[in-house]
Ligand binder design. Structure first.
Ligand SMILES: Cc1cc2nc3c(=O)[nH]c(=O)nc-3n(C[C@H](O)[C@H](O)[C@H](O)COP(=O)(O)O)c2cc1C
Length: 172
């Protein structure tokens, strides 16, 4: 499928919306709720078995997805702001909560992401941070942007251990 050309049109996610999807071990989509399809502009048929990166926006720094995968594969939940790309090139911001779900016998079942709306203040702060991280990783690589992300957390009195709580706090 051809990748949409990003536009500067933003789609509003309402504060009552909960955008849900599930993925297999590789991140391929196995389920989406109706709001996911409505906002992204894709039909269920266009989404099922496709990688979640179908939504990847070029403004997103790689380090955020590295952090996501490093943690969810370990069974740790991640809360992260994500700017997603719609089928028509527009975008929307979400605060995603991604976790591994397990079967009753403890084996891997799937990954589940629930996404909520983002406040204007968080969009501004995180938009600035992500632009900085993207520039650093384009010039110096992901290791450098991971260091810069750690510095951002430290400047705010936080660390990777308090990442989820801090992201939740930023969205208040
Ligand atoms: C359950 C789940 C939900 C995900 N949701 C998104 C999403 O909404 N947007 C996105 O860009 N990546 C999402 N990802 C991450 C993608 O799998 C992928 O790592 C990311 O899009 C970066 O793609 P790339 O590694 O091909 O650059 C999700 C992953 C999982 C497991």
């Amino acid at each position: 499928m051809e990748r949409p050309t990003p536009t500067d049109v933003e789609r509003e996610v309402s504060s009552i919306d909960m955008i849900v999807s599930k993925g297999d071990a590789e991140g391929n989509i196995t389920y989406t709720n109706p709001i996911f399809m409505k906002i992204s502009g894709y039909s269920q048929g266009e989404l099922l078995d496709k990688p979640h990166s179908i939504l990847r926006h070029p403004d997103m720094p790689k380090v955020i997805f590295k952090y996501l995968w490093d943690n969810i594969t370990e069974g740790k939940e991640v809360k992260a702001f994500v700017k997603n790309l719609c089928k028509d090139g527009s975008y929307y911001w979400v605060l995603a909560q991604v976790r591994m779900a397990k079967n009753p016998d403890g084996s891997f079942r799937n990954y589940v992401s629930t996404r909520r709306s983002v406040t204007p203040a968080a969009k501004e702060k995180i938009g600035e941070l992500y632009a900085k991280l993207l520039k650093i990783e384009q010039e110096e690589g992901v290791e450098a942007s991971e260091k810069a992300l750690g510095e951002f957390l430290a400047e705010n009195g936080q660390s990777f251990d308090t990442f989820n709580a801090f992201m939740t706090e930023l969205n208040k």
